[in-house]
Design a protein around this ligand. Sequence first.
Ligand code: AR6
Length: 179
Amino acid sequence: MASPTVSNRIQLVQGDITRQEVSAVVNAANSTLLGGGGVDGAIHRTGGPAILEECRIIRASPDYKDGLPAGQAVITTGGKLPAAHVIHTVGPIWHGGQQGEPELLANCYHNSLRLAAEHQLASVAFPGISTGVYGYPKKEATSIAVREVCQWLSENQFPQTVVFVTFDDESRRLYEQEL
Ligand code: AR6
């Protein structure tokens, strides 16, 4: 049987990322890994304390004593979420675009996908990393998200499927245009 094309491996869903039945959901975290608002708050609220416990263990390792740098990713349990895992990544805070924001945002997608592949995860759901509190312009962020995911899928077998989860109508339209 022919392998599915990249576009057949991408889905667009409008809704709450914590309800996605996927192998892993990606958390738009901050470098403390100890929780926050937006997607981060929703994931910890719905997933329960097991996620925070693992985040604290990660923070206790010498590698992450100063926190998780922007662009990097780590994986924990999904606790009580339908998803078995959470991949936590830290998006860049938007400072106008001249401080490495596009590269850092691309790294978030790339490193999250690399972790998913290392764990042979079938499906991963991404929110629009950095497009909330961190202020990244949605159109530019969407373009980077779609570009990085398409490139990864064209070169790798895992994850088999990527789901872009959008919250609002504007974001959904931007993904539709980009895809
Ligand atoms: N499901 C899907 N998308 C959502 C949800 C949800 N439940 N909630 C919000 N969005 P944000 P950031 C959308 O602010 O910009 C936290 O405090 C939202 O509309 O969650 O990376 C962290 O601890 C937006 O488009 O993440 C950090 O301190 C996108 O998800 C900081 O916010 C991301 O919004 C990270 O900010």
